[in-house]
Design a binder for this molecule. Structure first.
Ligand code: NOJ
Length: 550
């Protein structure tokens, strides 16, 4: 049986998604903060990209210790963003445009301002007492965001666990009542009509019994072996899957530090509980653990990560494809070149959009937004950037430490969306809540709408091509020249159709040899990020997509 046969053509496989981080997308009510009124007005724009759905980063009430990922009410909308009624209007309009909506489900932790936590900290005989993880003595785990993973609570007289920031206490998923709450949250949104969930750090929700100490010398992630893919994870995931199965709902899980083998357990067989997993291997081609240790970008590492997941999931499971989201600095500034901004922005699009899987495009990626470089750490707002600055590499000069922040901060992904070259980039009529990238006069939607060769229009072309090709949707994947340091070449094949995608990751001009099995065959050039092409000579960051009939 061919590799592409035997698939049930589930709806999400043909889709592509656009991720909206509402606070920075579009300000509809003139207070400097992005909101659901702004989203409502921009839905036609989203649709025009050729995507089929939206993933909303959390839109719920939150004190914003982690910008929405610290939730204080799972069944309402943050007043900065609007109301539940406004959300329903967005949902209705999105559906009428043929766009599905998936919500962020953040249930590893809540905010410490959630009523459950406020009750839980009151004492041990409280009905919410076991909603969180309390201990008289902490173990040695570090948190991923802020010092030790345990915080002493005066009121309760015990320590609570927080794998992320101090204001993000971990829920005790071993408590059946907590799992019932999760079910109830899911039903609340599904009954309203949403189409699925992106499940935040979902591989962390089951902790090892007894919470044993972690390895002493590995900072930040020392406890991870005891909370990643924990003992009851698949049991709990099955419970949530059951809810989703009652609806035609789709689930994508975020799996920090997940390996292919552990991901496959969530994606296949009797423990299948997710349709896709967000993996991180390919986001570490220029760093370790995303933010802490930087190294020069290595295309070979990137390709290895891409192909590892493509080959391992082939015929078994479905990939999610992304190069940006709200947790990573902008991709042109990392794997491309700000000097060759348009060329590398378009090439990067082709490097991932044609792989096998469902693409996720993050707001601003489609116009090539780049990293912001603020002068002082005080101007940054992200909790993990601030901790990194104040914790690591303290012996280095300030300028070097700021350079690290410029390379790594999540705030680069959270600057206001650049709609046009007006004041505040058309994001708002008043001073926005966060700094606008000064390059907005050149990098903005309006300018790119009018330019046939723009990054924006290239994204549209890629998504359109993918959507109308069985080979690009369902075909097999094969990589050529894995050791080449400058060129990424991959093939997608279905029956007698073959696509060859050739991406140059260098500012050098170089000759690219077509794979031997293609020699003598006539391919049609269906996409290129330059006007016209120059045979075997590839210009800086050039990419081409050839279609062959064999
Ligand atoms: C992953 C989310 O994507 C990130 O933004 C957040 O800070 C952590 N999970 C904690 O919720």
């Amino acid at each position: 049986m061919g590799e592409t046969e035997g698939y049930k053509k589930d709806w999400y496989k043909q889709m592509s998604f656009y991720q909206i981080w509402v606070r920075s997308f579009a300000d509809g009510n003139g207070d400097g903060i992005g909101d659901l009124y702004g989203v409502y007005d921009k839905l036609e724009y989203v649709k025009s990209l050729g995507v089929d759905g939206i993933w909303f980063s959390p839109v719920y009430p939150s004190p914003n210790a982690d910008y929405g990922y610290d939730i204080s009410d799972y069944k309402d909308i943050h007043p900065d963003f609007g109301t539940l009624d406004q959300f329903k209007k967005v949902l209705e309009k999105a559906h009428s445009l043929g766009l599905k909506i998936i919500m962020d489900l953040v249930v590893n932790h809540t905010s410490d301002e959630h009523p459950w936590f406020k009750e839980s900290r009151k004492g041990k005989d409280n009905p919410y007492s076991d909603y969180y993880i309390w201990r008289d003595e902490p173990n040695n785990w570090d948190s991923l965001f802020e010092g030790k993973a345990w915080e002493y609570d005066e009121q309760r007289g015990q320590y609570y666990l927080h794998i992320f920031a101090k204001k993000q206490p971990d829920l005790n998923m071993d408590n059946p009542k907590v799992r019932e709450e999760v079910e109830s949250i899911m039903r609340f949104w599904l009954d309203m009509g949403v189409d699925g969930f992106r499940e935040d750090v979902i591989n962390f929700i089951s902790k090892k019994e007894g919470l044993p100490n972690g390895l002493p010398f590995i900072p930040a992630v020392n406890g991870m072996p005891h909370y990643k893919d924990g003992p009851h994870i698949h049991e709990y995931m099955a419970q949530f899957r059951k809810v989703c199965n009652e609806y035609d709902c789709f689930q994508i899980g975020e799996g920090p530090m997940t390996t292919v083998n552990s991901a496959l357990k969530y994606l296949t067989g009797p423990t299948k509980s997710l349709d896709m997993m967000i993996s991180f291997d390919h986001m570490m081609a220029d760093c370790v653990y995303t933010e802490y240790v930087h190294r020069p970008f290595s295309l070979v590492k990137l390709k290895k990560a891409f192909s590892k997941w493509q080959y391992a999931l082939a015929g078994k499971a479905w990939n999610s494809l992304y190069l940006e989201n709200h947790d990573h600095p902008r991709i042109i500034s990392r794997y491309g070149s700000e000097k060759y901004w348009r060329e590398s922005g378009t090439m990067l699009a082709a490097s991932f959009l044609f792989q096998r899987g469902t693409p996720f495009i993050y707001q601003g990626q489609e116009i090539g937004m780049t990293n912001i470089r603020l002068r002082s750490i005080h101007q940054y707002v992200d909790v993990s950037s601030k901790t990194n600055y104040h914790t690591y590499h303290l012996k280095e000069k300030t300028s070097k430490r700021m350079h690290r922040i410029h390379l790594s901060s999540r705030d680069s992904a959270r600057t206001p969306m650049q709609w046009n070259d007006h004041k505040y980039a058309g994001f708002s009529t008043v001073r926005p809540w966060f700094y606008v990238n000064p390059n907005y006069k050149m990098v903005n939607v309006a300018a790119e709408e009018n330019d046939k060769l723009s990054i924006l229009n290239f994204y549209r072309k890629c998504l359109n091509l993918r959507k109308h090709s069985k080979a690009l949707l369902y075909g097999s994947y094969k990589e050529y020249y894995p050791k080449d340091k400058f060129i990424y070449v991959y093939e997608r094949a279905y029956k007698n159709i073959r696509y060859l995608i050739i991406c140059s990751f260098t500012s050098l001009t170089l000759t690219v040899r077509i794979p031997t099995e293609y020699e003598g065959k006539k391919g049609e050039l269906v996409l290129c990020n330059y006007r016209g092409h120059a045979g075997e000579l590839y210009r800086p960051y050039e990419c081409r997509v050839y279609r062959y009939k064999v």
